[in-house]
Design a protein. Structure first.
Length: 105
């Protein structure tokens, strides 16, 4: 339950997700699966985990550039949190850490 000082990020995410076109929903779903795959790695500090993060980031950037000339970035922090920043028309910002999904507009 969100307190009065913190927005309900899950609701904000659902609202924004519901506004996406079907093709963009599919792209967003692919992104979330890739992020969850990284979150679920046993040791986020391992070289294998960082290599996976780099590979997925490259794959994702290439996929988005094929669709339209827009950028998305991923940050893989030492404690396993992953931040994805996506340009419009997709979700602007997805942060997943401890299995929380935040949306900032």
């Amino acid at each position: 339950m969100a307190d009065r000082f913190r927005p309900d990020y899950a609701s904000a995410f659902k609202r924004q997700y519901s506004k996406l076109s079907e093709s963009n929903k599919k792209l967003a779903d692919d992104e979330m699966r890739a992020v969850v795959e990284l979150v679920n790695l046993d040791d986020p500090n391992s070289e294998a985990a960082k290599k996976t993060a780099r590979e997925l980031r490259i794959k994702v950037i290439q996929r988005f550039k094929r669709q339209r000339p827009r950028r998305m970035e991923a940050t893989f922090s030492s404690d396993g949190r992953i931040v994805w920043a996506l340009d419009k028309p997709l979700i602007r910002f997805i942060y997943i850490g401890n299995h929380s999904v935040l949306d900032k507009n």
